[in-house]
Design a protein around this ligand. Sequence first.
Ligand code: ZN
Length: 407
Amino acid sequence: MIEIRHHLGPAKGPRESNRKRILLAVMIRPDAQADIARRTRLSQGTVSKVVRELAGEGVLEADREHDAEGRGRGALVRLAPAYGVAVGVHLGFNHTTVVARRVDQRHDIHPPLRAEGGANRGLRQALPAVERMIRDAVEQTGLRQEHVVSVGIAVPRMVNPRTGGFTGPTLPPWSEGDNPAEELGKRLGIRVVADNDANLGALAEQTYAPGEPIETLVYVKASTGIGAGLIIGGNVVRGHTGAAGEIGHVTMDRNGIVCRCGGRGCLETIIGSDFLLSQVKQAQTGNSVDVPVSLNALVKNAEAGDAVCRRVLQDAGRMLGVAFAQLCNLLNPTRIVLGGQLADGGELVLEPCREALRRYGLRAAVGGESGFDVRSAWLGTVAEAQGALVLGLLSRQGAEEEAEEAS
Ligand SMILES: [Zn+2]
């Protein structure tokens, strides 16, 4: 087995930098050479030369028989068996998800670890549990803590792409000075990188969903809050201060109720989980039925045929469709992926959503001939953690560049 960290040190000059870029791309996902060239933005000639070199050194292997990902062209280039673990964490409001895998293995090799509780407890209370989950997840890979080469964390907050800190105002229970990447990094003794969870859901769907790679994709995470991750031209678009994609705070009803952001009638006040649950509660006032207390329970009741829960989910889908139509008219994505707990509603949510999209979206953007589609997340509720894992690996390239600049 090779010791992968020996190949991820500071790169001296463009040749070593290209080698590292290609290695990281293969660690994120085994791929055909043509796709590695597209993903790394290196020429096919460079990729072919470097792959040959690394294969000669026993670091990469080309698998001619195999095309398990279903979208490769030609032989699949993969990493030789290696000591090296990549970790991704999703610190949601009410739950925490951790994925860890050996960097020579497929992204779906181990089931994610999940636990109740998350950012709602505040950062300092949440981090010890996150650290324990990471240790358990690493153990599950058969390797040890010292083999961890990268850690990424997805948080339900806007992250400033320039500073890595939160973009204010930071809503409770978190505070302005909280820095999850830095604080988790101190605990683990390794550099940790953070980004907004919807951004990372988008990154994971773009990286791991089967089929042709998509250059313009929107990932919408709809759970307690609602946010979108935007991928345009293959890049995550974070905006000037990290506030890009805050679709949950688009005004849908100027006379609606006041939102936690201080706005009025935001999308989140119409289809955020608290609002959906309160609708069911209001409808069942005085009736001796069990009222769901979580979005999961609401979805289960709807699937079991509960008329109130079905109506609430269908109307939420319709409202999403109205908001998506605005997004489509602005950005013209190839696909919108619905993630978060609302996506568990499946066709109950998606069908009215598509209907509203057809009604309010431009035909050029959403019509049958456009090739546009809207569907639930391929990776389900593990998308954000998988995206955090990808971000962690990608950051190894950036870390080295920073080190080069500093020296
Ligand atoms: Zn708002």
